[in-house]
Design a binder for this molecule. Structure first.
Ligand SMILES: Cc1ncc(COP(=O)(O)O)c(C=O)c1O
Length: 395
């Protein structure tokens, strides 16, 4: 077992909240990914690119709710739009014009994805996309890649995960991300049983290393040849390019899942795809795939998402990616092992908990696995602040 040398700063208010949480939540926790030992600090509020914890510490937020808050906290344009919508009702038992507008914006950026459905999380989007692929192909098996996270849906949970029935696990196979030869062997063996190949071109949990162009093209060519749906999971990576990270490879999949940034800070997921595949959801069909959701496509989320995307134009993408490339270069020059692309960076160390707390003590918030992302309110001074907190990596 890895030994850690964490030394959390004194956080009396967070400590008190955690003690209270232990009586109400298992292990004091309601979101596994936010746990850091011995317990996480608690957030109080956010302002632009800073998060203020309940003990009054002001942190440069390089976590941004796991890459969601592309415009930082409480962006005035998003808050104004959402406030206006909320004043006229937060959800209805009828569709609203917002779902059409957000779908139109997304198709204007990801042209091959002609039709969209909205959901409440990336997990839900992946779940429904896999169901659509199964319905479209009439096949049950899926192929995914080791250590790639696609949310909490059982079919994409890591093999052997506790609580996942063996019968469900038996419907999915795993290959090594980026290993083209292994992929070719597996697809040759499983090809005619596969409904979809689920792929993230730069998977965070597998180390945030971009796939090679040759690998992405092989996945596209083989899936197309064998009538398998290529499902591109862009829940995390959509922020890298307006057309999605996959567009930079010159590859058009059959389905794409989005989340995080497209909800402007509210719970969101989306499935986009080619008309013929998305047609499985058409309720006018004989046996449509049913996809409800009391809060799916709710106007508050969608309005926030529309504003977030309006603010996230080509100039904003270019600026954020350039800033990310610059920070990655600076950290590498100071001895850090870094991966990623554009505004997504991952720092690799043996003792991530120790680094997490050291940075926290220096006023920098990163993800529990060393993932870092930037937001549009950030300036060069914020990058300098981050680099200074990391300092030189001597070991
Ligand atoms: C690539 C990817 N897919 C799916 C998900 C699940 O999204 P959500 O947490 O909104 O359910 C995530 C979440 O981090 C993700 O990174």
């Amino acid at each position: 077992m890895q030994t850690t040398t964490i030394s959390p700063p004194d956080l009396p208010e967070s400590e008190a909240l955690f003690e209270r949480a232990l009586d109400a939540l298992p292990g004091g926790n309601s979101r596994t990914t936010l746990f850091v030992p011995p317990h996480p600090p608690y957030a109080d509020h956010g302002e632009g690119c800073e998060l203020i914890d309940v003990d009054g510490n002001r942190l440069l937020d390089l976590q941004n709710n796991y890459t969601t808050l592309i415009h930082g906290h409480a962006n005035p344009q998003i808050i104004a739009a959402v406030t206006e919508v909320m004043a006229s009702g937060t959800c209805f038992g009828l569709p609203t014009r917002h779902e059409i507008e957000l779908a139109e914006i997304l198709t204007s950026r990801i042209a091959w994805a002609r039709h969209w459905r909205f959901a409440n999380s990336g997990s839900e989007a992946v779940m429904m996309a896999i169901r659509a692929a199964r319905a479209f192909t009439g096949r049950d098996q899926i192929l995914r890649f080791d250590r790639c996270y696609h949310g909490s849906y059982e079919s994409v949970t890591a093999p052997g995960a506790r609580g996942v029935p063996a019968a469900v696990a038996a419907l999915s196979s795993s290959a090594t991300h980026g290993d083209e030869q292994q992929f070719m062997e597996m697809i040759a063996e499983l090809g005619d049983q596969l409904a979809c190949v689920v792929i993230d071109a730069m998977p965070n949990r597998a180390g945030l290393v971009p796939a090679s162009e040759s690998f992405m093209k092989a996945v596209r060519a083989e899936t197309e040849k064998r009538g398998i749906v290529m499902l591109q999971d862009e829940v995390l990576t959509y922020r890298i390019a307006l057309g999605g990270l996959h567009s930079t490879y010159g590859v058009s999949p059959d389905l794409v899942t989005l989340g995080k940034v497209i909800g402007g800070g509210f719970p969101v997921g989306a499935i986009g795809g080619r008309e013929e595949v998305m047609a499985v959801f058409d309720p006018r069909g004989d046996t449509p795939v049913s996809h409800g959701g009391t809060f799916s496509a709710n106007p508050v989320t969608l309005r926030a998402g529309i504003e977030a995307l309006k603010l996230f134009d080509q100039a904003a993408v270019d600026r954020l990616n350039a800033m990310g490339d610059s920070l990655r270069k600076t950290l590498a020059s100071r001895g850090w092992d870094v991966t990623g692309r554009g505004s997504l960076i991952q720092v690799h160390v043996d003792d991530i908990a120790a680094l997490w707390w050291r940075l926290y003590g220096e006023g920098i918030l990163v993800s529990g696995n060393g993932l870092i992302c930037l937001s549009t309110p950030m300036e060069q001074g914020d990058l300098d602040r981050a680099a200074a907190a990391f300092g030189d990596n001597d070991g």
